[in-house]
Design a binder for this molecule. Sequence first.
Ligand code: NDP
Length: 306
Amino acid sequence: MQNINKIINGKMYADSLLREILPLSSNYSDKFLRNPCLAVILVGEDPASKIYVKNKLLTAERNNIKSIEIKLLKETTEEHLLNEISKLNKDTNVDGILVQLPLPVHISEKLVIQSIDPLKDVDGFHPTNFGALFMGDPNFIPCTPLGCFYMLKKELKNLDGKNAVIIGRSNIVGKPMASLLLSSNCTVTITHSKTKNLREHCRNADILISAIGRPEIIDETYIKPNAIVIDVGINRLDLNNIKTNEKKYKLVGDVRFEKVINIAQKITPVPGGVGPMTIACLMHNTVKAAYMNKNEDFVNIIEGFS
Ligand code: NDP
C-alpha cells in the first residue's frame, strides 16, 4: 500500500461528521427559534489554549451553533469562576459549558469540573458522565477519545478481539478511551510512565493509541506490523532562528510519523488527525445537549452509541 493511503485523514472525518450535525442544529433552530448554544470559559493567556478556544468558536459559528466566550484574567479567583459557571448552569439559553483546561494552579480543576451541570457538561469530564461511560451507559463522552473511537470504527468497522494498547492514563484521554474500546470488545492495556517494558506492550497492539505529550518518542520499534496507530499527542517544537531572531514552531505528535507509517497499516498525522475530530465531537455533544435540554430525542450519529 502506498504510504499516502495509510494516512487516516482526521480533517476529512471531522468534515463528514459536521455535515451530519449541521442539519440537526438547523432543525433545532427552526423548532425552538434559537440556535444550540455553547459557552466557553478561558482563564488566562495560555497561547495554545487561546488557539484551541478560537478554533472551537469558529467551528461552532460555521455549524449554526451560537457561542459565548467568557475570558477571565489569570488572577481570577476560584470563587469568581464558580460563580460564572453557576450563572451559565441556570441560563436556560445555554446548552453546553466548556472550561478550557489547564487552569491556573490556584484553581481546583476538580472543583470546577464538578460544578458544571452534568446535563451541560459537553466535555464529559463530570464524575456523573465519567461514571456513566464506565457503566456502559454513556451520556456525554469526552471529545478526544470519542473522536479517536469514531475514526477507528470508520476504519475497522468491527473491533472485536483486537489488542488495544493506550499510552497515557489521563481522565481526558487514556481512561475514557479504554472504556470505549472495552465496550467495543477490544482487549485493552493502559500503560503510563511507570510501565515496565513499554515497547513490548506496544508491539502487541493491533491498535496503538498514544497520548503522552512527548515529541516523537514512539518510533517504529514500538509498532506491530500492520497496526493502526492513533497519535493524540500535540507537541510544539521550537524552531527559533537565533541569528535572525525569527520565532517559528512546528507541531508534532508522540509518534515518529515518517518511520512508523512504513510499518503501520494506518496512522493519524499531527496536525490533521485527532485535533479536528476533537472539535467536531464537541459540536456533536453541544447539539446533543441542546436536544436533551428540550427533552427531545437526539439521533446519535456516532456509530455504536445511542
Ligand atoms: P497528561 O499529561 O495528563 O497525561 C500524559 C500521560 O502520559 C500520563 O498518563 C503519563 O504517565 C504518560 N507518560 C508520560 N511520559 C511517558 C512515557 N515516557 N512513557 C509512557 N507514558 C508516559 O496528558 P493528556 O492526556 O492531557 O494529553 C496527552 C497528549 O495529548 C498531550 O500532548 C496533549 O496536548 C494531547 N491532547 C491532544 C488533544 C487533541 O485534540 N488532539 C486533546 C487532548 C490532549 P503518568 O500517569 O505515569 O504520569
